[in-house]
Design a protein around this ligand. Structure first.
Ligand code: GLC
Ligand code: CA
Length: 543
């Protein structure tokens, strides 16, 4: 590592810098968000389903964990065909989860703890039970029809075009009464809204204000780039695969992500600007190349930089750099994440078991040392792994619609384990909506709470350190020379080193060790020893 002559303050002088809300540094820059999958987080009334009062009962836990904000997945009235992402009423709370009053209480109790609250907004589609869609089904002349995509099939009786839904089935379902088809990029019970009809954007501006007026600090926007579909609804062309020579669907064909979507977010931004303190918009957009068109001062604040690379130093570095390039500008920086309710839990992706958890700790240091925000997914602080939910208990439409060919996403949605030795790991006294596997309580919060070596304690320590650093570090990082299989960067006075290899490495490194993922990591006389699959943070200005 390069030497610098400045050797300034020792680490013990690191001062906590409060997240001040200034124009140049709004509260969310550098913040750590915690995603709550409400159905599986905490159940206050023992009916096997998480709820808003459950969230309230665990706010102290989240405060102590050290996060700045929570994002709650959809809690609106919904037939739960896609677990809340099929909204039947955007202005209320599903009785399973509580009432509007409970939501207000979540906000006020969270705010009292200085935690911000993000609501999940689902603008691409409604539930088929939404009054608009129900009215649309009544007759082909009903004016609600034009709020969705209804179209005639092809002369041969097939759907209007060859688009597929994200769940693997055709994106069209026949409305038998009229003989027309309606479009759904997800499940058939999630008809897509027609954003070309001005009534749709108008309604969503109302919805947007509704939850902001209830104190929400912003939104996570579901499938944020999909709202407008190409107007001609043309078939996706088939092209020849350059490698196999076989015909395949053209991946460059643009079904969604039409330029008009940006006007919508500009309008939303103007609404948000009327609120103080600043409210935020986080788009569910993963493709780095797309993000730069959305993460702009007059549109969205954040999108997700999800690192899903194999455990390999070069691949991780490339993934990080691609995301960094997608957030240009002096202050913009990616929102790092590894897991959410749609993907296999990252401990499992990284190899599972003891090794998966060791790598997950190192990965956490690698990502949380970078400039930017972080999004944690509930349970990762406990080191939870993907669960192999018995097929007859799975509920994800992805699994169901694929006829069991796709494993589905239930494995990362299994209820949180709160207490050791209790049935269902203390989530509820009755069987929860998704079963907890045998032995799930070994991960329980109360089992990890006082233990120095637990994942939970590690997360708390990392987040506490990060809180001290975030306000004093610049927005740039510098990669340092390192042996193959090892990544080292300097982010201001913070040096981050991660060993991806299956054997220990020794590095030359100045400063003082702040935290390491492994008890055998050590730093003496400028030599940093990192065991296999481990990482460390150093204060490079400390003597
Ligand atoms: C988003 C959600 C996912 C849902 C889909 C349809 O990708 O994260 O859970 O199935 O949108 O709303
Ligand atoms: Ca409940």
């Amino acid at each position: 590592m390069a030497k610098t002559k400045r050797r300034l303050r020792p680490a013990k002088h690191l001062k906590a810098v409060p997240a001040v809300e200034t124009w140049s540094r709004p509260w969310w820059r550098g913040a750590v968000f915690y995603q709550i999958y409400i159905r599986s987080f905490a159940d206050s009334n023992d009916d096997g389903i998480g709820d808003l009062q459950g969230i309230i009962s665990r706010l102290e836990y989240l405060k102590r964990l050290g996060v700045d904000a929570i994002w709650i997945t959809p809690f609106y009235p919904s037939p739960q065909k896609d677990h809340g992402y099929d909204v039947a009423d955007y202005y209320d709370v599903n009785p399973e989860y509580g009432t509007l009053k409970d939501f207000d209480e979540v906000v006020s109790r969270a705010h009292a703890l200085r935690l911000k609250v993000l609501v999940d907004l689902v603008p691409n589609h409604t539930s088929d039970q939404h009054p608009w869609f129900q009215a649309a089904l009544k007759s082909p002349d009903d004016p609600h029809r034009s709020l969705y995509y209804f179209a005639d099939g092809k002369p041969d009786g097939s759907p209007p075009n060859n688009w597929e839904s994200a769940f693997g089935v055709p994106a069209w379902t026949k409305d038998d009464r009229s003989g027309q088809w309606y479009m759904h990029l997800f499940a058939p019970e999630q008809p897509d809204l027609n954003w070309w009809n001005p009534k749709v954007p108008k309604e969503f501006e109302k919805i947007l204000k509704f939850w902001l007026d209830h104190g929400a600090d912003g939104y996570r926007i579901d499938v944020a780039s999909a709202l407008f579909k190409r107007k001609d609804l043309a078939d996706r062309p088939t092209v020849k695969d350059p490698v196999t020579g076989q015909p395949k669907l053209d991946a460059t064909f643009k079904m969604i992500d039409q330029p008009e979507v940006h006007e919508v977010y500009r309008a939303w931004r103007r609404i948000l600007n009327q609120y103080q303190p600043p409210r935020v918009l986080v788009g569910e957009i993963f493709e780095p190349r797309r993000q730069a068109r959305y993460i702009l001062p007059d549109q969205l604040d954040m999108a997700f930089a999800m690192v899903r690379a194999r455990w390999n130093a070069a691949l991780w570095k490339r993934s990080i750099e691609v995301d960094q390039r997608a957030s240009p500008g002096p202050v913009a920086a990616p929102s790092w994440t590894q897991s959410n309710h749609d993907v296999v839990r990252h401990v499992t992706r990284l190899g599972g078991g003891f090794m998966g958890r060791a790598r997950a700790r190192a990965a956490l240091l690698l990502l949380l040392g970078l400039p930017g925000q972080a999004f944690l997914y509930q349970g990762e602080e406990l080191g939870l792994e993907e669960v192999d939910v018995p097929p007859d208990q799975r509920q994800d439409p992805f699994f169901i619609l694929s006829g069991g060919k796709e494993a589905g996403r239930d494995g990362c949605r299994v209820p949180m384990p709160w207490s050791r030795g209790l049935p269902n790991a203390g989530f509820s006294t009755v069987a929860p909506w998704l079963p907890t596997p045998p032995g799930w309580d070994r991960y329980a919060v109360d089992a990890q709470d006082g233990s120095a070596g637990s994942m939970l304690t590690f997360y708390r320590r990392v987040l506490a350190l990060r809180r001290q650093l975030v306000g004093i570090l610049p927005n740039q990082v510098r990669w340092c020379p390192a042996p193959q299989g090892v990544l080292v960067y300097e982010h201001g006075r913070l040096t981050v080193a991660v060993n991806f290899l299956g054997r220990p490495v020794e590095l030359v490194s100045r400063g003082r060790l702040l935290i390491a993922t492994h008890p055998l990591a050590s730093h003496r006389k400028g030599r940093l020893i990192l065991p296999a699959n481990s990482g460390a943070w150093l204060d490079n200005l400390a003597p």
